[in-house]
Structure formats: C-alpha cells, structure tokens
Design a protein around this ligand. Structure first.
Ligand code: PMP
Length: 369
C-alpha cells in the first residue's frame, strides 16, 4: 500500500480535533458550563426516569421523540417564545449536532454558510464537514454587527445558511431584533434563499431588555432559533440541544438525521430535567449578577472588557495572553485562550470560584508585567 494511512480526506490531514484543554485543576472556568449541578431532587428524578427507560433498552427509542418535542415547546413558550407547537421543535445530541444537521440539510457543495468573526469556532467545522463554502464577515471593533455591511455581504454571497450566535461566543454580544429581521429579509430576497440560524445557546443569560429571536418566528419563515440544555439548564453532560423553526424546516432535517439519533436514555433524561426546569434554571439570575460584577471588577482593574449577555466574559488585552493563561493555570484556575489575539475568556462560576479567579489574575498580572 502506498500513500498516507489512514486515507483521510486531503483537507483534514494534520488538523487537530476541536476542543478546549481538559486539565485537572480545581477551578474550571473554561467551557461555559453551569457551575451548579442538578439538585438532589432533580438528580433523583433523572435517575428514576433513566431506570424506567433501562427496562426497555432492547427496543429502539421513539424516533420522533414526540413527548420531548412537546415538553420543549412548552418550555420555549415560557422562555421568550409564543405559539410554538411541537412540530416546530427539533432536538439532537447538543446544539452542535442540531447545527451540523442544519448544514447537512441546507448546506453542501456549491452552497455557502456565512457568519461574522470573531465567532464560535465550530461553525467553520460544520461547513468543512458538509463540503459547504465558508465565508466569514467581520464584526465592528466593539464586536457588534455593522448592519449595512452585514446585509450587503449576505446579498453578495447569497448564503443558504447564516449563523448568528446571540449572545455571541466568545464575545458575549447579543443581537438586537432589528438585526435578525434585516438579515432574515436579506436571506429571503434571492433564490432559493437562506435560513438564518440564531444560535441562542446562551439565550437565558441575556440582560433585561434584550429580547429573544423566538419572538420573530411568527414573522420570518426562514428563521431558526437554536437553544441548548448545556448552559442555563446545567445539563451539559446529557447532550441535548434543540431548535424552533417552521415545521417545514424540521421536516427537512428529518431527511438527514440518523435514525434513532436521540437515545431513550437521553430522551428520559431531558424530559425529567424539563420537569425540574424552574429549579435547574434557578441559578441563572445568580450567574447573571456574578457576570455583571465580574465585568465591573475587570474594568476597575483597567482591563478592556466586552459587554456580555452570556455566562462568560471576554477581557484583555494582553501582549502575551498565553503567559497570563498559564499563570492562572499554575494558580489552579483554568480559563480559555480564545477570541481575537490579546483577549481571554472566563466562564462565570460560583462566587468562590470567581474570587479565586480574581486573586489568580491579579497575582499573574503583577508577575508577568
Ligand atoms: N453554540 C455556541 C455559541 C456555543 O458556545 C456552544 C458550546 N460551547 C454550542 C453552540 C454547543 O453547545 P452544545 O452542543 O453543548 O449544545
């Protein structure tokens, strides 16, 4: 046999799999998890539901996950949406899988996926894996979108998928509804048109006065709003993401999904967690307060800080951000070296974890500057 082994696609050779370093340090503030685990009551109910599902694991799960779609629709109607019915809901193993399925259905050779940098690093990977051309426009200096330039780029490139995280990762920037509406209209103005995916993975952490794009579903047929149970719901380990959109969009995804992609264990876990929604989401307000306090504190120390509607904060700028990241790790605090050069991202943890972060940062900065 000649040539490289294994016979990997040419463009994938030498590429490192995506993922933050998993280091065993006491304070983990690097992947935007919720620091509060499920309550003992919620954990017991999840365990009971999984136990019941275990008895019939010889059977495939409900392929259409009807009960879960209904429960998610109910939740969305209490979280910024209205008149969302189960046929408008789709779910998969994390919103990463939901968005990959969107690219499988609506992207592909000869088609374009578009977003605005800096943004979530997985988007170009969905495009690469589905052989979709990737186009990245740019955000303004304050990480907001220049609407005229964004609209012009959509009209020029005519993407079949526009990915708009709101709040954006890693900057924390949320989009105003006018921006979403304008881009939905732009993406509906050419043939065959594009879907506009507003990725609200961090939607529940928005500051007061920033509406969810769920409100716009009734107005724009080509709008998709994705959410996840990984962040506000404190259920990252369960891998459940979902979307709300026109039923025709959900039906289109059914063509590309693998049969029985949501296991019986996943469905039981998500349903039990949704029964405990108020409790699981109960810490969101605390995390928002901690986030706002972190922004204020970082600014007081003289750092540049991006406004945040999420459960993380992007701050800088450092001549050698890696040295600062390393200094924090050495003090037992893991944050994320991501975003534009010179910036670092810290996820919001418990009050104790944030105190450890503040102390480690001050010590590190004193030492490295
Ligand atoms: N969208 C954004 C903007 C994210 O930051 C993340 C996770 N880091 C996801 C989607 C995917 O999350 P999950 O697959 O856990 O739902």
């Amino acid at each position: 046999m000649s040539g490289a082994f294994p016979p990997l696609r040419e463009e994938l050779r030498g590429i490192e799999p995506y993922g933050a370093p998993q280091l065993d340090v006491p304070v983990q503030l690097n992947v935007n998890e919720n620091p509060y685990g499920p309550s003992p009551e919620a954990a017991a109910d999840i365990a009971r539901a999984v136990g019941e599902a275990a008895v019939s694991l010889n059977r495939y799960p409900d392929r259409e996950f009807v009960a879960l779609r209904a429960a998610l629709a109910t939740y969305l109607n209490s979280s910024g949406g209205s008149a969302i019915v189960p046929e408008m809901v789709w779910a998969a193993n994390g919103s990463n899988e939901v968005m990959l399925q969107l690219l499988q259905a609506f992207g592909g050779p000869g088609r374009v996926a578009l977003s605005f940098a800096p943004t979530y690093s997985m988007y170009p990977e969905y495009a690469r894996d589905t052989l979709t051309e990737w186009v990245a426009g740019h955000r303004a200096e304050d990480f907001s979108l220049d609407l005229d330039a964004a609209g012009d780029l959509v009209l020029e490139k005519q993407p079949s998928v526009v990915l708009l995280p709101s709040p954006n990762n890693p900057t924390g920037t949320a989009l105003p509804p006018e921006a979403v509406s304008m881009l939905c209209e732009a993406a509906a103005s050419y043939e065959p048109g594009g879907v506009v995916v507003v990725d609200e993975a961090y939607g529940e952490f928005r500051r007061a006065g920033t509406p969810s794009a769920l409100e716009l579903l009734a107005v724009h047929r080509n709008l998709v709003v994705t959410r996840t149970m990984s962040k506000a719901f404190a259920l990252a380990g369960a891998r459940v993401g979902y979307l709300a959109a026109d039923p025709a969009i959900c039906d289109a995804i059914r063509v590309v999904r693998l049969p029985y992609h949501l296991s019986a264990v996943t469905q039981a876990t998500a349903l039990a967690a949704l029964r405990h929604a108020p409790e699981l989401l109960g810490r969101v307000d605390d995390l928002r307060v901690e986030r706002d306090a972190t922004v204020v504190w970082l600014r007081e120390q003289g750092f540049e800080v991006a406004d945040s509607d999420a459960n993380f904060v992007l701050f800088g700028r450092f001549a050698d951000r890696h040295a600062v990241w390393r200094g924090l790790v050495d003090r037992g605090v893991l944050i994320r070296e991501t975003g534009p050069d010179g910036w670092l991202r810290v996820s919001i943890g418990t009050a104790g974890e944030m105190a450890a972060f503040r102390q480690a940062l001050l010590e590190t900065v004193r030492q490295t500057t």
